[in-house]
Design a protein around this ligand. Sequence first.
Ligand SMILES: NC(=O)c1ccc[n+]([C@@H]2O[C@H](COP(=O)([O-])OP(=O)(O)OC[C@H]3O[C@@H](n4cnc5c(N)ncnc54)[C@H](OP(=O)(O)O)[C@@H]3O)[C@@H](O)[C@H]2O)c1
Length: 327
Amino acid sequence: MNINTPRKKIVVLGGTGFVGQHLCAALVQAGHRVRVLSRNPDKAKELTVLPTLTLKYADIYQQDLLNKACEGADVLINLVGILNEDGHRGSGFRKAHVTLAQKVVATCLYNRIPRLLHMSALNADASKGRSYYLRTKGEAESYVHAHHVGQIHVTSFRPSVIFGPNDSFLNRFADLLAYAPGIFPLPLPNSLFAPIYVGDVVNAMIRSLDLSATYGQRYELCGPKVYTLKELVTYIAKLKHMHRLVIGLPLWLSSWQANMMEYLPGKPFSRDNYLSALTPSVCQQPMPKLLGLNLTPLESIAPLYLLPDEQQHLYDQYRAQVTVKGS
Ligand SMILES: NC(=O)c1ccc[n+]([C@@H]2O[C@H](COP(=O)([O-])OP(=O)(O)OC[C@H]3O[C@@H](n4cnc5c(N)ncnc54)[C@H](OP(=O)(O)O)[C@@H]3O)[C@@H](O)[C@H]2O)c1
């Protein structure tokens, strides 16, 4: 860390997840002190090897507990987001996205926390979003920016799908392909995505911390190339050495499949996911130059963690080495 950059006390919500684990490691490496609040800290014990990180249980929906857990923070980062809900008709999405954003703003005001980084999503839009996910993400984003006045400096990030080790997009399709018996029926094969590397998302967030020009801004984040879903799934099958014929389903059959898969354990695909994917996940704005991102191509990272099963031990060895070095 630059010696002129003050070390900060940063509270992260959602820090145990895919993006969170990468972000927390980078924040610690940059010299900051990080407090991760989790509903289930036991599931992310690997975070505790990071020297300046504490992982704590907290019911973050309880305003008084959230206030207490955020005492003394300089920055609050909210990464909480869900793709599928436990509740019905959007109530689960609303709680995780909108209600929590309201509580986050309240705790920033209560604790006089001057800086808030908010993770939103590309196409999030309170009124035009096609899915509960996109509408509630949009509502949460509008809410936090409505409070970007005086005391709180807010920056939001609106990424397309994010890839990297332990992601839930490329890995999810790799798992689904493994179960397919030779033919893989793919819903919405022509949906567009601009996958961005998790390291680039993390860099954008860390660079924005002290950059006053980013205050009040909402940044769309996309990778360097746009793919159809079918191109991505075919590429994953190739990396995994799986011989699968990927057959794109028409719209009506995609919709039917989403309705059916919603009832499978773990909801691999849901009605809400289907509705979200109808809007191209492609940036409308150029990548912000001031974040200084040098975008990482998917093809330079995905082969490192989507290894064919017979080579998976190489990735496990690599991860073990990284963990030992970090401890
Ligand atoms: N991954 C992507 O491709 C992508 C793309 C665009 C936007 N985003 C956004 O980026 C953020 C991080 O994504 P991610 O992939 O890292 O997600 P993730 O792996 O699912 O992690 C999200 C974290 O949020 C917490 N969480 C989950 N459900 C919650 C709930 N109902 N109430 C409170 N906390 C809850 C969990 O922490 P605990 O269990 O420890 O409490 C979890 O570790 C999300 O806001 C997501 O919408 C992600």
